[in-house]
Design a protein around this ligand. Structure first.
Ligand code: FES
Length: 131
């Protein structure tokens, strides 16, 4: 198993104080995550709207509910749920605060490889086409 195959690497994103009132987008390779503090707890959900993929960052956020700036779909940042549509939800990522910084458990496979990792993978004959 390579390091890219393991899941759930804790990744530091933003200072908790910096997202207390305004969620911010954090890009991790191919994954965009919206990071926020809601009710004093760190939250992380996928950063793009389920409707037409608009970025949720910049949407109005009140009481843990963010409104997509494009067509006003609303999501609860606590569980990613789309308001008014049972069963539809953004992906939720585990989040924690460590020394004032929100860390999010992101799939290791979404992290871009460093040059060294790419060269080592090539040397081992691994497929790194998506890197
Ligand atoms: S893209 Fe978000 S509501 Fe349409």
């Amino acid at each position: 198993m390579t390091s890219r195959e393991s899941e759930g690497s804790w990744t530091p994103t933003f200072a908790a104080a910096d997202v207390e009132h305004t969620p911010r987008r954090y890009d991790h390779g191919s994954v965009g995550v919206l990071v926020a503090m809601v009710d004093g707890l760190p939250r992380a959900v996928s950063a793009d709207c389920l409707h037409k993929g608009a970025a949720l960052e910049g949407g109005v956020c009140r009481d843990g509910i963010i409104t997509c700036p494009s067509h006003w779909w609303r999501y609860d940042l606590r569980d990613g749920s789309l308001q008014g549509t049972p069963g539809a939800a953004l992906t939720v990522y585990p989040a924690r605060v460590n020394d004032g910084v929100i860390e999010v458990a992101l799939p290791e496979s979404s992290r871009p490889l460093s040059l060294r990792e790419t060269l080592l993978a090539h040397a081992r004959g691994e497929d790194v086409a998506d890197a």
